[in-house]
Design a protein around this ligand. Structure first.
Ligand SMILES: Nc1ncnc2c1ncn2[C@@H]1O[C@H](COP(=O)(O)OP(=O)(O)OP(=O)(O)O)[C@@H](O)[C@H]1O
Ligand SMILES: [Mg+2]
Length: 372
């Protein structure tokens, strides 16, 4: 029995081409999959194709159990509804696309019931909640940053004064020592390390207090080119190749040049730090002309800059933490670099994201609006 038998009850739409019900179901943005009581798929809309990665042609006539043999939670939901006739929802589900990508989805399975009460199958709706999960992560991140930022600012204020005292005392001590005294090595360490703490404190204070942007038209390619040139000299004898793929059509963008230099310098340095003796670093720029919906709205046009390395990658369990202040895997890292990057991008009303593949490399993507 097919669900389309119910179309007998649907009024004809005058002048409407094709099957009205099919068109309606095909237009639904959520995936709709209908399974008969025998477990065989009888309907598969385009959104279901998009979310699951299986084509309608492949899915129709196939047993649901066979098509989704690896999706135990999905199977569970459908089997339960077919067996008991009750509606079941699960919003913590995961669908593995046939492309191999894991996609978070929310599913609800309804019993398919005829007017006389006979159960003839189940209707599964699948909602892609990738975007919702990303938003949730962004909110969690912003929350964490604001709490830590306030704490850090308080701490920085408290530490700055005694630190100045220690540095001053070390300088006085140094003056008391004879030029050839071995103790000079110690006073030098004291002064150098207090200066290091002072630098971290200044960065923290910077991070916690919005400075406001000094906007001017910035030549993005000059900023990126200069950074790459300087870093190329800084890598010494290491065999790291730099590649530029710049889109020449990118006009000057309205931004704070000093901040952009800090942003991209941090990203490029991180990549260089991550790579060993050999590696390649690629910086790509492009205009996102297809930036959805409001193409004609100048304000929403964005440029994307990607900093890509073929280093060891970032372990999946670290990915959420790299933006957190003081998260560092380096012996002398402050762990403030990416926190600062995140802030600079947010102040420019842009976005920054990271994709990393263990053993293959890391890609940071920065999206910036062309105009503020
Ligand atoms: N391209 C990359 N490849 C691999 N790991 C990275 C990469 N970029 C960042 N990371 C990881 O993220 C951590 C945090 O980076 P972040 O720039 O915030 O701090 P840091 O580089 O350790 O110290 P700082 O930048 O303050 O000197 C790094 O310690 C590293 O573990
Ligand atoms: Mg860094």
């Amino acid at each position: 029995m097919s669900i389309m038998t119910t179309s007998d009850h649907v009024p004809e739409m005058p002048g409407f081409p094709g099957d009205y019900v099919t068109t309606v179901i095909d237009s639904v943005g959520d995936g709709v999959i209908v399974v008969g009581s025998d477990g065989v798929i009888t309907l598969y809309n385009p959104a279901a194709e998009e979310i699951t990665g299986f084509s309608r042609r492949h899915a129709l006539g196939t047993a649901f159990e066979k098509l989704f043999s690896l999706e135990t939670t999905l199977l569970d939901v459908v089997t339960k509804t077919l067996r008991t006739g009750i509606t079941i929802s699960d919003h913590e589900n995961v669908v593995v696309r046939s492309t191999g990508k894991v996609k978070p989805v929310a599913v609800t399975c309804y019993p398919l019931v005829l007017a006389d009460g006979e159960h003839i199958g189940a209707i599964l709706t699948i909602k892609d909640i990738t975007y919702i999960r990303e938003l949730e992560a962004a909110v969690r991140q912003a929350d964490r940053l604001s709490t830590l930022g306030t704490l850090a600012a308080g701490l920085a204020h408290e530490v700055k004064n005694p630190l100045g005292g220690i540095k001053g005392a070390a300088q006085l001590l140094e003056q008391e020592l004879t030029p050839d005294s071995e103790m000079r090595e110690y006073t030098r360490v004291m002064i150098r390390e207090t200066e290091r703490i002072d630098r971290i404190m200044r960065e923290l204070l910077d991070l916690a207090s919005p400075r406001g942007l000094k906007l001017s038209p910035v030549n993005l390619h000059k900023v990126l080119g200069d950074i790459m040139l300087l870093q190329k000299q800084a890598i010494g004898s290491r065999d790291i190749t730099f590649f530029k793929q710049f889109d020449p059509s990118i006009p000057p963008i309205m931004a704070d040049e000093e901040m952009l230099i800090r942003l991209f310098l941090n990203l490029v340095r991180n990549s260089i730090d991550a790579m060993g003796e050999t590696g390649s670093l690629t910086v790509v720029s492009r205009v996102l002309s297809d930036y959805s919906m409001s193409q004609n709205d100048r304000r929403s046009r964005m440029v994307a800059v990607e900093v890509i390395d073929d280093g060891p990658g970032i372990p999946p369990e670290d990915l959420e933490n790299i933006w957190t202040p003081f998260f560092s895997s380096k012996p002398t890292g402050t762990g403030l670099g990416l926190t600062i990057c995140h802030k600079i991008v947010a102040e420019h009303r842009g976005m920054i994201k990271v994709e990393s593949d263990m053993g293959h490399g890391t890609r940071f993507t920065v999206l910036l609006p062309l105009v503020q």
